[in-house]
Design a protein around this ligand. Structure first.
Ligand code: BDR
Ligand code: CA
Length: 313
């Protein structure tokens, strides 16, 4: 079987970085057409720099990295330096990337790539706020039917929220964009906090990655050393949740995950619950299902996959 073509839309972020590395480590399975950056965890100038640092860490400066949207569709940007550090990628010693940004805007790259490839052959992997994808759908509605699938990290049902009591960060930052995407009709698979909070980078798991004793192994372990402190302090958990890598792991080994096909609506009006993903997990409405909402994962299987794949870089 040929590699599944993907675009990664991202706001790196240590967990975004691990997701990118997992994709780069899996070229037989995933053909990474390009990376589009969005403002989220940190401003666009940093996310578009961090994505290039990650590509260089994996010795893949050939991957086109585009800068996309610098702010949400209808709101000021909210960032998460309190989780990811001032650079967004705190942990390892960082460097100024030598590879340039690709020419053009990330939103245009998404539109042109979907138009250039056969319908139903390009998957969008979204690891940050959905601004770029929503902007692309607004500008070029013809591309919606051409999307094979959107696999996203975002939202929560049982875990409810992380950035507010009611909302997960990626959806909260740009709820209008999330609403556009969830109402688009494109096939969607969602990795909410409900599953990502079960995929914890515990000390033995991080040490197994460090023990690869490669550049990527050390780079990843040093990112996770920094990243875990926030969730360990907040939740008393045994490690940081590897939110965004769940998206890539699902493409590689979907049997590691389980969920339900349900309706998901986005709260865009209430101050109190802005950005809430109202998932009809129990099927109590007659609203049509619009997303596969993942609820569980085989965390050991996930870390076996991740560690084996990172060893290839
Ligand atoms: C999401 O928000 C970001 O902080 C992470 O990178 C992840 O995409 C988790 O809520
Ligand atoms: Ca992210």
């Amino acid at each position: 079987m040929s590699a599944r073509k993907i675009i990664i839309d991202t706001d790196p972020g240590q967990d975004d970085a691990v997701a990118i590395l997992l994709a780069l480590a899996s070229p037989e399975d995933l053909g990474l057409l390009g990376i589009t950056c969005v403002a989220g965890n940190v401003p666009l100038s940093l996310t578009s720099k961090n994505a290039r640092i990650v590509c260089e860490a994996a010795a893949r400066p050939d991957v086109p990295v585009y800068a996309g949207s610098a702010a949400p569709l209808a709101r000021p940007l909210i960032t998460a330096e309190h989780v990811h550090g001032q650079t967004g990628l705190d942990g390892p010693d960082l460097w100024e990337p030598a590879m340039p940004l690709a020419d053009g805007h990330g939103v245009d790259f998404i539109i042109e790539t979907l138009r250039r490839h056969e319908p139903g052959t390009v998957t969008l992997c979204t690891l940050g706020p959905l601004t770029n994808v929503a902007a692309a759908f607004n500008t070029a509605p013809d591309i919606i039917d051409r999307v094979q699938e959107i696999v996203m990290m975002g939202g929560a049902y049982f875990e409810v929220g992380n950035i507010t009591p009611a909302a997960e960060f990626n959806i909260y930052v740009d709820p209008e964009a999330a609403e556009i995407v969830f109402r688009s009709g494109a096939p969607i698979t969602v990795m909410p906090l409900d599953v990502t909070h079960k995929v914890l980078a515990t000390e033995p798991r991080v040490e197994a990655i460090r023990a690869l004793n490669t550049r990527v192994g050390h780079f990843t372990a040093e990112m996770l050393d920094f990243f875990e402190r926030f969730d360990v302090e907040k939740y008393g958990s045994e490690g940081g949740p590897l939110h965004d890598p769940c998206v890539i792991a699902w493409l590689l080994q979907p049997e590691l995950f389980s969920g339900r096909h349900v309706n998901v609506e986005i709260e865009t009006k209430s101050d109190l619950t802005l950005g809430m993903t109202v998932a009809d997990w129990w099927g109590v409405t007659d609203r049509d299902a619009n997303a596969m909402f993942i609820g569980d994962a085989d965390a050991n299987g996930f870390f076996t996959l991740l560690t084996e794949r990172l060893a290839r870089l």
